[in-house]
Ligand binder design. Sequence first.
Ligand code: AMP
Length: 276
Amino acid sequence: MQIINRPSEVSLICSHAKGTIGLVPTMGALHEGHLSLVRKAREMCDFVIVSDFVNPHQFGEGEDYDKYPRVPDKDAALCEKEGADILFAPSAADMYPRGFSTWVEVKGLTDILEGEIRPIHFRGVTTVCLKLFNITRCGKAFFGQKDFQQVCVIRKMTKELNLPLDIVRCPIVRDPDGLAKSSRNAYMTFGERERALCISRAMFAARRAVENGCRAVEEIEKTALEEIMKSRPVAVDYVTVRDPETLMPAENAAGSVLLAAVRYENVRLIDNILLY
Ligand code: AMP
């Protein structure tokens, strides 16, 4: 595996690569969730690139850009082990040279849910992803369902800008007790982690309810919120049942997605589950 920092160098290598190029965009501090994406890319593609870049433009003011975990050596060892061909770790200065002023925005879909709470977040995500797609010329890009809205936004951008690549959505990887894996889980105290288990419990309970025939969106939302409130969160940003493509409020719980964002003292967590 090659570790490369310069975008132009990655472009050059990719222009000579044979077969399908698979890209796994990450912000590093890799865990099993990220590695499941790398494995999927390895399975489906001939040449696999993992990008490791804490993108400053997707963090709002007062968010955790400065304290976001950075463990480049560990990330490199994990990518090597999974058989990635390139680990692309650019600097912010190389990705956003002085005077950078071009932004990609998916309107509407980015004004709700995460976008409502984190107004500049998706503009940063779509811009960096389009740059990564162009640098690598990937035929497939792999994203986790963990960031459900992100995949919807990236898919919409890809479709509307006629980008020549497939977006592959990979399932959420969880700890054995149900907590969705996240680099930000490291911020939690033991007590917070115990409390946060309510979120995945609420997700699984909602799925069971739909499996048992419940179709009432309000009932699913109310039950999920009650379960989450048992953990005494600092705030619940949303607990909502949505259409899995448009993310508009669902009319029927069957075929929808339940999404939640919950704050504890040291962390803000998101989770979701498809209700089929
Ligand atoms: P991040 O480093 O948080 O930007 O995540 C990089 C990619 O890994 C995104 O597509 C995430 O959705 C995905 N990812 C993060 N956590 C998980 C998880 N627990 N299961 C599956 N994919 C994940």
